[in-house]
Design a protein around this ligand. Structure first.
Ligand code: G6P
Ligand code: ZN
Length: 564
């Protein structure tokens, strides 16, 4: 039966501006009549002629409203001339899996339905993110164009009679005819492609011996926490079925829930406390990891919940990539980190004589460097680690990389870190988050900082707290020129740099859906004194950071909501 598309009149919605990682709003906002349709149509409008005959990947973390959004995408895509949608069964695809599928199938792009680590469920967040043909998040010029479209949209095209009910529940290829053109929906096994990729990158038999143990080595006892997010299906496949982990003792919360079981699926010491407590309580665990809702973030802890900062995780992996088959084969090109990420990896780059890049916050800034063959491994303090195997950060990849290093070195997580610090020194790092502040107050604080850094007397000024003094050597609002396409990203965070190399950085989060979140990042390097407690060590600089920003005065807040 041939179906016919129709044009539906609509009017623009305010604020359809993609943030650091796509458009994120409360579910109720996406549920408003025409809201989701408008945004999808705007993406298709920006893709322009390329849409005709194209294939797109669709999937996400399975959060509430995903299925409704997928139905809307199927109808709009078919009406706009897309030839094929490849959709994860039940709509489930981790963000790294989408990136992998885009690359391996060589398609135009993908639509990822996730608000990443933000809570889900009817009262919480939904999100839509577009990824381009290299598998990475859309660059700013694409997102800006989508936003411009959203301000002037007057209609969208859809195929209202296309029956989508339960279409994505069962694997298979479904053929339609819309306006005389063929239109195909292929529902695929969410994990197959991604598991294949991981098997090419890592030595699975070796990792299996690590987890199962050998005559000479006891099993390496892991606890993998999917926080009720989409990684659950990948964890079952990779760690339980392939690597022999126990479904009872080595994995938890691996059934994806559309509200993540009412938890905040963000792997950090506050929201993944459950994992931390379990690993602390059971000293037979050697390793713990948690992932966020869509599977691109990871938090790694060792025995007794020994915490590995994401900045250190990146540096340790950089130092040990040669034990991973993918890098043995492809070589290691450069390293990169986002600007607020502590500079531990920079020291590894220097020693290994690799190119090192410092980019703004957001994974999209790594893509061009990878495409140009200048970047192999990168990471962010926000619990993101990844490589050029795809164009997203990748939580499961990070765990497999860590397990490879552990297997190779035959050392515990803590021993690996201590050895690393003894060679390179240690970047003590902490991040203070003040979530859901009043937007006005947060903006006023940032304005105050802008004014402050404009004054020339700040350079050379000394601040003292708890008996420690720091002298300011440089201040700026970070801006970045992409070395490949020369695009410029401005106002990426206020930086206060001190003479001894310590840094304080202030930024407003770009991933929230309401209010503002202020982030303060503190990074201080110690060559010798590497075994102290990070919070003790950074106390003076934290005090100074609060004094400079006058955060308490502007926001009235006494304490951060999250400290990592
Ligand atoms: C997402 C992006 C990351 C980025 C993070 C920043 O997770 O994928 O690349 O580091 O957002 O979040 P923020 O809330 O600090 O803007
Ligand atoms: Zn995420």
């Amino acid at each position: 039966m041939s179906l016919t598309s129709v044009i539906v009149e609509t009017t623009p919605f305010e604020g359809q501006k993609p943030g650091t990682s796509g458009l994120r709003k409360k579910v109720k906002v996406f549920m408003e009549k025409h809201y989701t349709e408008n945004f999808i149509q705007c993406i298709l409008n920006v893709l322009g002629d390329k849409v005709k005959g194209s294939t797109l990947i669709v999937g996400g973390d399975g959060r509430y409203f995903s299925k409704q959004a997928i139905n809307i995408i199927i109808r709009l895509a078919s009406a706009n001339g897309v030839s094929k949608l490849v959709i994860g069964q039940l709509g489930l695809l981790s963000t790294p899996a989408v990136s992998s599928l885009i690359r391996r199938h060589n398609v135009l792009g993908g639509i990822v339905l996730t608000a990443s680590h933000n809570p889900g469920g009817i009262r919480h967040d939904f999100g839509i993110k577009y990824n381009i043909e290299n598998g990475g998040p859309a660059p700013d010029y694409v997102s800006d164009a989508v936003y411009e479209e959203s301000k002037k949209i007057t209609s969208y095209k859809t195929t209202p009679k296309l029956e989508t009910d339960r279409l994505i529940d069962i694997l298979g290829t479904y053929n339609f005819n819309v306006d005389g053109r063929d239109f195909v929906v292929e529902v695929i096994d969410s994990t197959a492609d991604y598991v294949g990729l991981m098997k090419q990158i890592f030595d699975f038999p070796k990792l299996r011996t690590l987890i199962r143990g050998t005559e000479k080595r006891p099993p390496f006892n892991v606890l993998i926490d999917s926080m009720n997010g989409v990684t659950g299906v990948f964890v079952r496949k990779i760690f339980v079925e392939e690597l022999g982990a126990s479904p009872d003792n080595n994995v938890c919360r691996i059934v994806p829930l559309d509200n993540f079981g009412e938890i905040h699926p963000d792997p950090n010491l506050t929201y993944a406390k459950d994992l931390v407590d379990k690993v602390k309580a059971n000293t037979s665990y050697d390793f713990g990891v948690a992932f966020d809702g869509d599977g691109d973030r990871n938090m790694i802890i060792g025995k007794n919940a020994f915490f590995v900062t994401p900045s250190d995780s990146l540096a340790v992996l950089a130092n040990n990539l040669d034990c991973i088959p993918y890098f043995q084969k492809n070589g290691v090109h450069g390293f990169a980190r986002s600007m607020p990420t502590a500079a531990a990896v920079d020291r590894v780059a220097e020693k290994l004589k690799k190119e090192m890049f410092e980019v703004p916050t957001g994974w999209k800034y790594f893509g061009n460097l990878m495409d140009a063959g200048r970047l192999s491994l990168c990471g962010e303090e926000s619990f993101g680690t990844g490589s050029d195997h795809i164009r997203e950060k990748d939580g499961i990849w990070a765990v497999l990389a860590w397990l490879s290093v552990i297997e190779h070195k035959n050392m515990s997580v803590e021993e690996i870190l201590k050895e690393h610090w003894s060679i390179y020194g240690r970047n003590y790092f902490t991040r203070y988050d003040y979530e859901e502040c009043e937007s006005d107050a947060a903006n006023q604080m940032m304005e105050h900082l802008e004014n402050l850094i404009a004054s020339p007397d700040l350079i050379g000024k000394t601040y003292t707290a708890h008996g420690k003094s720091y002298k300011i050597s440089k201040v700026d609002n970070f801006s970045y020129v992409d070395p490949i396409d020369k695009s410029v990203a401005k106002n990426q965070g206020i930086r206060v740099l001190f003479e001894d190399g310590s840094r304080v950085i202030y930024r407003l989060s770009g991933t929230g859906s309401s209010g503002a979140t202020i982030r303060i990042y503190i990074d201080s390097y110690e060559k010798k004194d590497v075994l102290a407690d990070a919070q003790d060590m950074l106390k003076p600089l934290v005090r100074i950071a609060l004094d400079i920003s006058q955060l308490q005065k502007f926001t009235g807040l006494e304490k951060p909501t999250v400290i990592t």
